[in-house]
Design a protein around this ligand. Structure first.
Ligand code: GLA
Length: 663
């Protein structure tokens, strides 16, 4: 938390890269709080200000932390978010707990949480009011009174938001609360939540123990991904007592697949992010508990060295993140952010381990060990990741060779959906590679096509032996039957080797709907896929951020538009055009409904090429006509980015979006 610490952490990093684990001891930062990223629970992502946010819920979570072993796994803080208080202070100027949600007050809840051996956290804003419209008075100008009240409740953690800040300088606002908390004499972890607006990583290491680096997360893959990418470039600023905070976990809330939640949890752990569970554990499935309780992954997040992973490779959405660990081992994450299966590769020496005949690869999700001669690779489905702890180990030969097996297909651009056309033939490649030092014996590969399709190998499907770095690659000719219903179709297969090893893989391909054959508004067509910052993409309306149909008439700089697509950055809307279309036009801009804050860029992509870019649009700019030449394109993408400042209020309208196509 104090400035000198950053220098200590940096020196530690240098020493550790030289692999001298003992030299990393004796870092005693700041006030000794949050020496590892805070772990716990916060209600916001599951309840917002809904009626379920009550004393009963908070107590229930504390009970579950104990009963289900989450406390033992390291989860400690049980934190309240917005809407715990009434909209007005009492006659002495104190905040008043909402008597319906918290009939026994806040101290009673804090006492209950403490009695379970846990810690208790609370929330307010560094402004005149908190963020929710039904919220309560904020701490601006009331710092000491509110800090004293929190200390009297027994608060151990304060999240301090940024809404209604009246334009007062962030350093002053957050510094005032830091001092007020210190004056209480109670150790309180201080979490700055100003969404990265004032680059707190540059100045807040002696203000708070963690700072939000981005706008709010929401329970969808695109948002999680964009936040991860904003946060992972900030690695040099994190360390014991001062962490980057990419927002709370969405694991278990239902808006992402199990594969995506696994990537979310893995990324957050690699990034030394706070692990604040954001799902109502009283309703959580066994799979959610299993994921959140994965101690091998948690250990990466909580590694005492406290170095945030850096990205060592990132090409076409294929990412490698590396995190040095206190004992000299490295954690590595291979993460495929795109829409098609792909192989991701690095090596033990590339991630900084010393030369060795072989290395132990501990898979932190399957909890199994293999050995590698050096290469670390995995062929991963879309949005999936593989996470390993890599070490030199003289017993490496007791583990089987690390094998990488998978099926891939060519795509229109790197990371595109693997589309295939009914009534045609195409190719799928299966590959199995031995990354181990010892040979793999008796290797066979299979590929089973969907019902009614055929898959014919064009070369051998078996190898008597695969030595280090040798692959068995087989091309399969696929016949795609005519007249298929649009949707996903799954290939399955496996590589097998002696004795008794099976490495299954899948490949999902996509049959698109018919392309447009005449000019049309894009909002009258069916898209192939869409991702959106908040809520769904809206037809002929702006984006209302949550439910379908919750937007308004599109309005840019006072001009209204009856047709168009209402997106929220970061967004992608992709259409299958199959070479039938030539031009896309739209009037693009930030919708008037978000006065002031939004900034974004609008892009049109023809297959893998950007053919139009609006430059930075703000709420002050009138709609800009954008036109893209998409002649010959198989896939058209409309993309919005957050303009580089997080995606708060980025209501991005593609007004009048229109496409010219022929038969
Ligand atoms: C802001 C914060 C969120 C949450 C809400 C509560 O949006 O960034 O994490 O605390 O306020 O209203």
């Amino acid at each position: 938390m104090f400035k000198y610490l950053r220098r200590v952490a940096a020196a530690t990093l240098l020493v550790t890269v030289g692999v001298s684990p003992t030299a990393t001891a004796a870092v005693t930062p700041g006030d000794g709080l949050a020496l590892t990223p805070p772990m716990g629970f916060n209600n916001w992502n599951s309840t917002h200000c809904g009626a379920e946010f009550t004393e009963a819920m908070v107590k229930g979570i504390a009970d579950i932390f104990v009963a289900k072993g989450l406390k033992d796994a390291g989860y400690q803080y049980v934190n309240l978010d917005d809407c715990w208080a009434l909209p007005h202070r009492d006659s002495s100027g104190n905040l008043v707990p909402d008597p319906i949600r918290f009939p026994n007050g806040i101290k009673a809840v804090a006492d209950y949480v403490h009695a379970q051996g846990l810690k208790f956290g609370i929330y307010t804003s560094a402004g005149t009011k908190t963020c929710n419209t039904a919220g309560f008075p904020g701490g601006l100008g009331h710092e000491q009174q509110d800090a004293n009240l929190f200390a009297s409740f027994g608060v151990d953690y304060l999240k301090y938001d940024n809404c209604n800040n009246q334009g007062v300088d962030a350093k002053l606002r957050y510094g005032a609360m830091r001092d007020a908390l210190r004056n209480t004499g109670r150790p309180i972890v201080f979490s700055l939540c100003e969404w990265g607006q004032n680059k707190p990583w540059q100045w807040a290491s002696d203000v708070g123990h963690l700072w939000r680096t981005t706008g709010d997360i929401s329970d969808n893959y695109a948002k999680m991904l964009s936040i991860a990418k904003q946060n992972w470039v900030l690695a040099p600023f994190a360390g014991p007592g001062h962490w980057n905070d990419p927002d709370m976990l969405e694991v278990g809330n239902g808006g992402m697949t199990a594969t995506e939640y696994r990537s979310h949890f893995s990324l957050w752990s690699m990034m030394s992010a706070p692990l604040l569970i954001g799902t109502d554990l009283r309703k959580a499935t066994p799979a959610t508990f299993e994921m959140l309780s994965n101690r091998e992954v948690i250990a990466i997040d909580q590694d005492p060295l406290g170095i945030q992973a850096t990205v060592s490779r990132t090409t076409n959405g294929l990412n490698v993140l590396v995190k040095p660990l206190q004992n000299g081992e490295k954690a590595v994450l291979l993460f495929n952010e795109g829409e098609t299966p792909n192989q991701i590769t690095t090596s033990a020496t590339e991630i900084g381990l010393p030369r060795s005949p072989a290395y132990r690869l501990r898979d932190l999700w399957t909890h199994t060990d293999t050995h590698t001669a050096n290469t670390i690779s995995a062929t991963l489905p879309p949005h999936a990741s593989a996470m390993f702890r890599v070490s030199t180990d003289r017993h490496w030969a007791t583990y089987p060779p690390a094998m990488d097996a998978g099926a891939t297909i060519a795509t229109v651009y790197p990371g595109a959906l693997p589309i295939v056309t009914p009534g045609t033939t195409t190719s799928v490649i299966t590959t199995v590679t031995n990354n181990g030092r010892l040979p793999a014996i008796g290797v066979d590969t299979t590929l089973t096509a969907p019902n009614g399709w055929t898959a014919q190998p064009q070369s051998s499907t078996s190898a008597i032996v695969l030595r280090t770095d040798q692959s068995l690659s087989t091309q399969w000719t696929i016949t795609v039957p005519p007249g298929l219903t649009p949707g996903k179709y799954a290939f399955t297969g496996a590589a097998t080797l002696r004795p008794n090893v099976t490495l299954p893989y899948t490949l999902d391909v996509v049959i698109p709907g018919a392309p447009p054959l005449a000019p049309a508004y894009l909002s009258d067509l069916k898209w192939l896929r869409s991702t959106n910052g908040f809520g769904p993409v809206e037809l002929d309306h702006s984006n209302g951020e949550s439910k379908p149909g919750d937007g308004h008439t599109m309005t840019i700089h006072g001009v209204t538009y009856p047709k168009g697509l209402g997106t929220h950055a970061p967004s992608v809307v992709e259409f299958y055009t199959a070479g039938h279309c030539t031009t896309v036009t739209a009037d693009v801009g930030i919708d008037d409904e978000k006065a002031g804050a939004g900034t974004a860029t609008f892009e049109i992509w023809s297959d893998g090429t950007k053919v139009a870019d609006s430059g930075l649009m703000t709420t002050k700019k009138p709609a800009q006509p954008l036109q893209g030449n998409i002649t010959g394109a198989t896939l058209l993408r409309l993309i919005t980015t957050d303009g580089g400042d997080g995606n708060n209020s980025d209501h991005t309208d593609w007004a009048n979006a229109h496409i010219t196509c022929t038969n």
